[in-house]
Design a protein around this ligand. Sequence first.
Ligand code: SF4
Length: 205
Amino acid sequence: MSKTKEIIQLPIMEAFYTIQGEGHFSGNSAYFIRLGGCDVGCVWCDVKDSWDASQWPKESVEEIVAKASAHPGRLAVVTGGEPLMYDMTDLTNQLHAAGFQTNIETSGAHPLSGNWDWLCFSPKKFKAPKEEFYAEADELKVIIYNKSDFKWAEGHAAKMNKDCLLYMQPEWDQSEKMLPEIIEYVKNNPKWKISLQTHKFMNIP
Ligand code: SF4
């Protein structure tokens, strides 16, 4: 009896080729795969449309990777929503097979799955992250919304593996108020770096 391979489908909110604006890979061309679905509930979320996965069309992993492969870059950034609401094994394996580097941006609120070349961990106050992300992350990215977030950021930094890069990023709408404070904080605490949403300055997605 022949065994047919299960077709994995994922809800795609949007997928596009652009420049990564944030964090360690800022400035690199990248194919973004934004999956629908998130149950973290950040009050300042700028992609609230992503929350309800049912409104986004599902695509097979083969289709997703074929569309990504149509562009010259070979860096894929999987984001959301919260991409780890789904098993990422098949998507990352097929992206690797097509020659992509696989990066993920996650809140860490769901179990880790998939084979990632770079894991950007961005914990949120609204849903506690799983412990495994402290050991696995390559990059900690803390969104700074108000002054209390500096202490909260240090609490996470203290638990990270020793190779993890530490970034503070102002929440976009609070940028004018918080960026001067972040600049001073990083000058006084040089283990941190600043991440800015440079794609918003470039007017690209
Ligand atoms: S984890 Fe991300 S997508 Fe989910 S609510 Fe927070 S900012 Fe929005």
